[in-house]
Design a protein around this ligand. Structure first.
Ligand code: EPU
Length: 434
């Protein structure tokens, strides 16, 4: 298992480029199921979850072509025939977002068999709202042997009010409704930019969707969708992580290739902490020259402070003067990084879904364990300012969602290297046709 060895203390200086958003790329790949024509996706990040989705689609019978060379961030998916509309436990347990194929499969094939995801490091994360919504669209759903089986001759448009805001739930039903008979109105939808990006792609495919990015989405069902080409939006969470890295290390970092309008609340909060940033076009420059002061956050659905930035923010405020209260409202168990940060010298007390971080405490290198994707990012950030050499174990978590993070950080002056490959990496085939 790979580890990162990080020697802290270097300010990050220069330009760092943001990749495409993993959480926009995953539903876009699932959307390819809805048509028998090719879908060409650009700005696809090279991360493990994308590879898992490729395997998932290939196992159903899709042709998935990965770009190479200068086109390495392009992928073409063609679901001409889907011989096996299934998502196996083997793949779903690796990536919960696999449940995104449920809606598109029922809509396109009239049936789907998708493994239930089971527990997760950050919370229970059920998919009951996906299932309830599909039932409202007329699917018959049964559950047996850990699998959900859904079937419908043709889905029917319906009015659906989500009991709770869910990102992939909104995306799943949005995709299903595009091919339904009649009009669907989804209410209390997630307003994340990734939902709007998916709707953009679906509209290019011939869907008739209005209101994506707001809490009410109206979909007029069509009988068929066609191929399309689409560029995935930049990853706002990766961008936010790099901005915090620049601030924490007292650097001067230009985070380019991002969309600052997706980071409004994060940048506002960082300003409150004393982090100076300047946004222009597709970049955010962070100048980490001031003292940091405490500020509280509450995670919320978009446009609120993202839960996916909570762990990184916690690392930041370990270096701020005063007490910061970090309240996690989306997931029940998303504080696994806190105890690892404490091992590095942070003063953090957890009370239910709140963490109180008292700073500023010097951080010192330790051997720590990454527990999930964003927790790993927070440990990398802490290690960048810790005294000595931190070893972060289980970095496969970070590889799920951050593209070549060690190379990107090294490029702006971080001392970070990957160890643990006993055998040299096998040459990866440059193009794979499944
Ligand atoms: N929920 C239910 N029932 C459902 C669906 C969700 O109770 O059927 C609950 C969840 O347990 C949670 C809340 O609703 O408490 C919100 O969960 P949501 O469904 O919005 O999360 P998700 O769609 O599974 C996506 C991202 C996550 C991100 C969350 C919240 C993708 C692929 N994943 O997950 O990203 O944290 O939204 O913004 O888009 C990450 O990238 O590290 C990550 C975990």
């Amino acid at each position: 298992m790979d580890k990162f060895v990080i020697r802290g203390g270097n300010p990050l200086l220069g330009t760092i480029r943001v990749s495409g958003a993993k959480n926009a790329a995953l539903p876009a790949m699932a959307a390819a199921i809805l048509t028998d024509e090719p879908i060409i996706l650009e700005n696809i990040p090279q991360v493990r979850d994308i590879e898992t989705t490729r395997k998932l689609l290939a196992a159903m019978g899709a042709e998935v072509e990965l770009g190479y060379g200068r086109a390495q961030h392009r992928t073409t998916i063609c679901c001409r025939s889907l011989t096996s509309p299934e998502a196996s436990y083997e793949l779903v347990k690796q990536m919960r977002a696999s449940s995104l194929v449920l809606g598109p499969l029922v809509a396109r094939c009239g049936r789907a068999r998708v493994s239930l995801p089971g527990g997760c490091a950050i919370g229970a994360r059920p998919i009951d709202l996906h299932v309830k919504g599909l039932e409202r669209l007329g699917a018959t759903i049964t559950q047996e042997h850990g699998y959900i089986e859904a079937s419908a001759d043709r889905l029917r448009g319906a009015e659906i009010v989500f009991d709770k805001i869910t990102v992939t739930g909104t995306e799943d039903l949005l995709m299903a409704a595009t091919l339904a008979d009649g009009e669907t109105m989804l209410q209390n939808c997630a307003r994340e930019p990734e939902v709007a990006d998916l709707a953009d792609l679906l509209n290019k495919m011939g869907a008739r969707i209005e209101g994506a990015g707001t809490s009410t989405i109206r979909i007029k069902g069509v009988s068929r969708l066609r191929g399309a080409k689409h560029r995935i939006i930049p990853d706002r969470i990766e961008a936010g992580t790099f901005v915090i890295a620049g601030a924490l290390t007292g650097g001067d970092l230009n985070v380019v290739g991002c969309d600052p309008s997706h980071l409004t609340v994060v940048l506002q909060k960082l300003a409150e902490v004393g982090v100076r940033t300047a946004s222009a076009g597709d970049s955010v420059r962070v100048i980490g020259d001031g003292a940091l002061k405490s500020a509280d956050i509450d995670t919320e659905e978009y446009p609120g402070f993202p839960t996916d930035m909570q762990a990184q923010y916690m690392a930041l405020v370990t270096q701020a003067d005063g007490a910061s209260m970090v309240t996690e409202n989306i997931f029940e168990n998303r504080f696994m990084h806190a105890q690892e940060l404490v091992r590095m010298g942070a003063n953090i007390k957890i009370e239910g879904h709140r963490a109180i971080v008292k700073g500023k405490t010097p951080l010192s290198a330790a051997a720590v364990l990454a527990s999930d994707l964003r927790a790993s990012a927070s440990l990398v950030l802490a290690a960048l300012v810790a005294d000595g050499e931190t070893i972060i174990d289980r970095v496969y978590h970070i590889d799920r969602g951050y593209e070549h993070i060690e190379e990107k950080l090294r490029g702006v002056g971080a001392q970070i290297r990957r160890i643990g490959e006993i055998f040299p990496k096998k040459a990866v085939p440059t193009a794979v046709r499944a």
